[in-house]
Design a binder for this molecule. Structure first.
Ligand code: ZN
Length: 209
């Protein structure tokens, strides 16, 4: 595993639900590799007192080779999966106000949930799929890449130009609307169309409950 890049506000309705402006160029940030956590049925405990932790369901691209200018998505992405970008939302708001980096709100351990990856069948195939997140049996998010502001190609072009993109890098491509709070004892299920591709449980610290 090399780098974990993430795109913020890549779906108009999500930007609006948080009262954010729609960006004119991809809004990029990254997470430490220590943030990675498998959606393999594991339970993760988060000790952030009363901090509000939000889930953000996202499609995750896995880069299969060194990306050069002009490379097409279908030639450089070899695998795809779903992920949840967990965010300390209150803290993120405070950091934004101060103009500080988001790292403390986005980069904590087990904040980058990731399903098993499967073979990428191309952008066209993805356009015909829905991805969704269930919290305790209720669907809370459902998205389509048709609603993205910046498509996979634009994201890959931007990441490779600005930072470099190579084999093993992951890109969290942004969340559709419906983000919400992670509570003690929650059970999350991630679906690609109707197929369950991952799940995890969350626990909060005693002081939060
Ligand atoms: Zn996100």
């Amino acid at each position: 595993m090399a780098n974990i890049y993430c795109i913020g506000r890549n779906y108009v309705n999500h930007a609006k639900e948080l009262g954010n402006e729609v960006p004119k160029q991809p809004l990029l940030f990254s997470k430490p590799t220590h943030a990675l956590a498998r959606a393999d049925g594991s339970t993760y405990t988060y000790d952030y007192n009363k901090e509000d932790i939000h889930y953000e369901l996202e499609i995750v691209l896995h880069i299969g080779k060194a990306v050069r200018p002009g490379d097409k998505v279908d030639d450089v992405v070899d695998k795809i999966g779903l992920g949840v970008d967990l965010t300390l939302r209150n803290l993120q708001s405070k950091l934004k106000e101060k103009g500080h980096p988001w790292l403390r709100a986005k980069g904590f351990p087990n904040s980058a949930i990731l399903t098993n990856l499967w073979e990428f069948k191309g952008v066209e195939d993805c356009r015909n799929r829905l991805f969704s997140l269930y919290q305790n049996g209720n669907q809370v998010q459902c998205g389509s890449i048709r609603d993205m502001l910046f498509d996979f190609q634009a994201i890959i072009d931007e990441c490779s130009t600005c930072f470099g993109l190579g084999k093993g890098d992951l890109i969290y491509t942004g969340t559709p609307e419906g983000v919400g709070s992670v509570e003690h004892g929650d059970h999350f299920v991630l679906k690609w169309d109707e197929e369950v591709v991952g799940s995890f449980q969350t626990q909060r610290s005693q002081s939060y409950q």
